[in-house]
Design a protein around this ligand. Structure first.
Ligand code: ADP
Length: 472
């Protein structure tokens, strides 16, 4: 079976969020589960941030290639579109020509297959940047015998990002005006790349069963696509993301000193040493008894910052020892709100603006609790990573948070609201005082199996099922 895996970001090459983790890790987990001699090729734009020398990219035809054993990643090149500092934009604003940048990407994914003689059984597309591929396959390439047996699977990692562009963008995509109708790519007088993916793909999936249900209900979750999804034959399947032990394992994490594992007799001492070290590094009072609450996240309203900004000062009044460490980048107004908290909380909250992978690893490893009160959360990797690293998640009951955090290893708000978050935080802080209970929670959390094994099996089954359907 040949699979073209298309996602606009992937570790280790470039990353802005969880999509990159999934796109980098899932193919590796999937390949051994596919029939013998199967091939998966990942396909990305060659952004300027991807260091061709470091990754030993080799030129092959029009693309650059990276070989990691059996798994290849190929990069489409375009000076005009990709030779800039950002992936999707800069300083909190999207690039205005993202319609052209990602139309080009989608076209070049299919043209790459033809040039390489790689006939895909499955093109697995992820998020709006790849939404035009299923549309191209069913329109511009519908009569192309090269793609006769190709099926497309579209995975929604976040339905809030839709790639909606003005009507005039349709011309730039190469699609004909007959596709500009409400049952195809038109969405409130815009061209929606996401909708193209949802409408034209053979199978639609998303990254947790709960989110699959949520996005078919109200506008809050479905963002206007709920009707489109409800009317799709077969609807939407939810397959939980996993996390990869090669990237996320406290026992051999190069960012940690000391490293630790659930098997260590001195696990708690080692973890404590890491916490004290981080407190020192970031300028918090060095005190093991002070509960340390971490956040590692994109700064986006999705992540519940309205509730966080109200809850933290309240908790600080009733629990003056609690320390907060936030690492994130994104919306300027959220950065400002956090900077205000830094001033108001005088030494109790530190905020690191930017993307910093090693610091992220240390926060997961050193914090006692991991705060993730999302308004909605397709899957969420942060809470899973936190649990594997012994940081107890405090989350809202939505999407993948609800599907992965259980009461024996975390705290779940009864609803999504500031009072509920405040109450749950108070409960977690009370539990933290009971050392024996806390250790039990930590051990349970660290023993969780969030590996890709189960999900990869589900994707492999889905690929086989989709490939077996006879093309019309
Ligand atoms: P989302 O995909 O919505 O951004 P997830 O929880 O699914 O959220 O995935 C976020 C991923 O990005 C995690 O691996 C997290 O550690 C990482 N991450 C987010 N923000 C930062 C940051 N500022 N620095 C380093 N890593 C980050």
């Amino acid at each position: 079976m040949n699979v073209l895996f298309v996602a606009a970001e992937a570790v280790p090459f470039c990353k802005t969020g969880g999509l990159a983790d999934v796109a980098g890790e899932l193919p590796r987990a999937l390949l051994p589960l596919l029939p013998k001699k199967s091939k998966i090729i990942s396909f990305l734009p060659k952004y300027a941030v991807i260091d061709a020398g470091k990754f030993k990219l080799e030129k092959s035809g029009d693309v650059l290639c990276h070989k990691d054993g059996e798994h290849w990643t190929c990069f489409t090149q375009n000076e005009k579109f990709y030779n800039r500092p950002g992936i999707y934009g800069e300083k909190g604003s999207d690039y205005p020509d993202n319609d052209e940048r990602f139309s080009f990407y989608c076209r070049s994914a299919l043209e790459f297959c033809k040039a390489a003689g790689f006939v895909p059984d499955i093109v697995h597309c992820h998020d709006w940047q790849t939404g035009l591929i299923p549309a191209y396959l069913k329109t511009l390439y519908a009569k192309d015998s090269f793609f006769k047996k190709t099926k497309s699977i579209f995975t929604i990692h976040n339905i809030a990002y839709q790639g909606n562009f003005p009507k005039a963008s349709l011309e730039k995509t190469g699609l004909g005006w007959e596709t500009y109708t409400p049952d195809k790519v038109e969405f409130y007088d815009h061209v929606s790349f996401l909708k193209a993916g949802l409408v034209y793909s053979d199978v639609v999936t998303t990254v947790s069963p709960r989110y699959a249900r949520e996005i078919q209900t109200t506008n809050k979750f479905g963002r206007g696509m709920e009707g489109v999804l409800r009317h799709r034959p077969g609807r939407v399947k939810g397959i939980l993301n996993g996390i990869d032990e090669t990237n996320w394992n406290p026992a051999n994490d190069p960012a940690l000193d000391p490293k630790f594992s659930l098997k260590d007799k001195d696990l708690f001492e080692k973890r404590k040493a890491g916490k004290l070290k981080l407190q020192k590094e970031v300028g918090l009072a060095v005190d093991d008894k002070a509960p340390l609450v971490g956040m590692v996240t994109r700064l986006d309203p999705q992540k519940g910052f309205d509730m966080v900004a109200e809850m933290i000062p309240k908790i600080s009044k009733s629990h003056p020892k609690v320390q907060w460490i936030v690492l994130g980048t994104g919306a300027p107004d959220i950065e400002k709100a956090l900077e205000k908290l830094v001033v108001n909380l005088r030494g109790l909250l530190v905020f690191f603006k930017g993307f910093n992978d090693p610091l992220a690893h240390r926060i997961y490893a050193a914090s006692d609790m991991f705060l993730m009160p999302s308004q909605f959360e397709p899957c969420g990797l942060g809470q899973m990573i936190a649990m594997k690293y012994g940081s107890i998640p405090v989350v809202t009951p939505t999407g993948g948070l609800a599907d992965t955090v259980t009461l024996d290893k975390g705290f779940i708000c009864p609803e999504i609201s500031t009072p509920a978050l405040h109450k749950t935080m108070v409960k977690a802080l009370a539990a933290f005082k009971n050392k024996a209970r806390w250790k039990t929670l930590m051990k349970k959390a660290m023993a969780s199996d969030f590996s890709w094994k189960k999900s990869a099996r589900q994707y492999a089954a889905l690929y086989s099922k989709a490939a077996a359907v006879k093309s019309k």
